[in-house]
Design a protein around this ligand. Structure first.
Ligand SMILES: C[S@@+](CC[C@H](N)C(=O)[O-])C[C@H]1O[C@@H](n2cnc3c(N)ncnc32)[C@H](O)[C@@H]1O
Length: 286
């Protein structure tokens, strides 16, 4: 049982809810253009480091004829995905030793995983399991925008909690989180270095503004809830006995945010995330 990531880095709901928004169908035209995959084909797709499964879930909707397999090292994520998502084969597995034969998949894809895994293993294993002519898609989060509103500013209770909680970056460092982060120029270059050809880049810009009229009430409330769960899981992950007043303060502020949204009193808080999509082909001639 491995739950290193879900217990120390990002919780299940933090990842699942934020990614479900990022991979909502309304953003598919942006991703689809950069993926360059044929929706009418029966493709074998492998997702590496799938977390709780929101991208695999979206791929199943977007490419309904394809067979999607998704792996992650973290047992808690895989158990959540198996329980909550249909139509995808979720497996525990290690990206550095993929349990699949050579030349098996038409497409390999990952989202915000490359920066955590040693490059030779990360690219080499994906290249090995791809068929010649297969597509490698590497999605990577870039610096976006975040602007909060008055009612969501950090409360005194949260400040006290975070000042007293023993925060340490050494756990993340020890786990190698973000150890291999690359710039927008380095990412396509490394893909070429590891033997992919026809490399191209694209960007999906995901605007999450609850008050924007283009979003349904369901989507707007999901945006507010994703932020709430993110804050709650961050507090709970500290496993501190003194977290209740911070938890209550977080719930109160997001309840208030929801009330303002439902009353039509706009706050215009926004999160804009930018996902870089790097695409390469496994050369037909080795
Ligand atoms: C930032 S999370 C992204 C999760 C998911 N792709 C998403 O966007 O929600 C990184 C993920 O990579 C997984 N991971 C890290 N190293 C791994 C490895 N060697 N093999 C498989 N998964 C790994 C972690 O367990 C975690 O789920």
């Amino acid at each position: 049982m491995n739950n290193i990531w879900s217990a120390n880095v990002q919780g299940v709901m933090t990842l699942y809810l934020s990614r479900r928004l990022r991979f909502d169908d309304c953003f598919f035209p942006q991703y689809g253009k950069s993926f360059g995959l044929d929706r009418s084909k029966d493709l074998k797709i492998l997702e590496i480091g799938c977390g709780p499964g929101a991208l695999a879930e979206a791929l199943h909707r977007w490419y309904p004829r394809s067979h999607i397999t998704a792996i992650d090292k973290d047992s808690t994520f895989v158990a959540f995905a198996k329980k909550n998502i249909e139509g995808v084969t979720f497996l525990e597995g290690d990206a550095t030793h993929l349990g699949f034969e050579d030349d098996f998949f038409d497409v390999v894809i990952s989202n915000t995983v490359q920066e955590h895994i040693e490059p030779q293993a990360f690219w080499g294993e994906q290249r090995r399991v791809l068929k010649p002519g297969g597509v490698c898609l590497c999605l990577s989060s870039r610096k976006g925008l975040q602007c909060t509103c008055h009612c969501l500013e950090i409360t005194a209770e949260e400040k006290d909690f975070w000042e007293s909680a023993s925060q340490s970056d050494s756990v993340l460092e020890r786990l190698g989180v973000g150890k291999y982060r690359l710039s927008e120029a380095e990412l396509p270059a490394i893909m070429e270095l590891y033997g992919f050809t026809d490399v191209s880049t694209g960007y999906a810009i995901i605007d999450l503004t609850p008050d924007a009229p283009k979003y349904s009430a369901q989507m707007a409330e999901a945006m507010i809830d994703a932020l709430r769960q993110n804050d709650l899981e961050a507090i709970r992950s500290m496993r501190s006995p003194n977290s209740q007043s911070a938890v209550d303060a977080v719930n109160l502020k997001y309840d208030n945010r929801l009330c303002l949204y439902r009353s039509g009193i706009k706050q215009w808080d926004t999160t804009v995330s930018i996902t870089m999509i790097v695409r390469g082909i496994k050369n037909i001639r080795e």
